[in-house]
Design a protein around this ligand. Sequence first.
Ligand code: PMP
Length: 411
Amino acid sequence: MTNISNPAEIEKLRKDFPILGQKIYNNDLIYFDNGATTQKPQQVIDTIVEYYTTYNSNVHRGVHFLSQRATDAEEHARRTVQRFINAQSPDEIIFTKGTTDSINLLAFSFGELAIQEGDEIIISRMEHHANIVPWQECARRHKAVLKVVDFDEEGVLDMEQYAGMITDRTRMVALTWVSNTLGTINPVADIISIAHSHNVPVMLDAAQAVQHMRVDVQQLDVDFLVFSGHKIYGPTGIGVLYGKRKWLEQMPPYQTGGSMIKTVQVDTTTYGDIPFRFEAGTPHIEGIIGLGAAIEYVERAGIEAIAAYEHDLITYAKEQLGKIGRVKVLGASRPKAGALSLVIEGIHPFDAGELLDKKGIAVRTGHHCCQPIMDYYGIPGTLRISFALYNTKAEVDILARTLERVIGMLV
Ligand code: PMP
């Protein structure tokens, strides 16, 4: 495994990802759909295979060797996540199915704890549906009010509106760190300090942040942070809810059953301590261990090195793609992370995406689970290019040349 302080190392690192060696319709695969899910390095695949071939067993229950080994591996992964985001304790790391599941857990449990009729929850218009619908449901259940922060043409949050929106009835601010559609990097430190000056907790949707930049929950002093394993080179079906101990210890469980209890009698139950109180049932053991391996992979490459490499790459892509006739990069004047959204005058993104696919280039077209963003711009969808540490400028050049030809064919 490679440390990518030298960009020339990327070619070596690409060999860790077996899928990238494939041909698609006789072309080298160029994978620019990393915002949807990233590819997996051999190290993650091997970790999962090793689990199933040598110590598959249920966790936290058995006295036998295999169960203890599986439990150790699971708790090692929890400590890996803790270290990676600099949480104070592994107890503050809850394993979930993914970002969506983490937000549903939070919206349910925090809602039960702290949201009452007339209270307010703040989200923004650039959220992924996963950070809209659970809060709509929470607001409906508790007769609370959902307030929405707007963004401008460049995809920048209206911070003045946000600061003026918080009242003594605001109970939660739930915002995305990086927009999966626009690539906007929100000013999370300011968002948190404004909320905290009113004693309001903040949840950050870091689904598009943890794989691209340093996340330090203690330095940010953020109350909750969520992300998915599969977008950071790990398996699907696994995600994280980080929560400050002081909140998690007060919140009621989201799901109940085995593994989350202290004692059960047929008519009454006492709950276990965090994190297990929020992890009912047999966990996604292979997913947890695989996520730990993925994070160790990222740590070896160096998250700062990844951030610097990707920043250079996305800036280059923004320039190259923005030069193509009819192409507009949404919010092009702003720094980006992870993704660029293109609008092509007179061409439906789906048509362009389909033709790129025939050249082996995987991009995403559509609303990217952000219909309010599409409504704001008055468009049906965008063509989204999203990046990972294995993408290169050479791939961007091929994309730019191919897109130019595709546009020529479609006009
Ligand atoms: N939030 C953001 C910003 C995302 O990009 C995504 C995935 N596209 C999600 C939430 C939902 O993640 P998952 O589907 O892994 O639950």
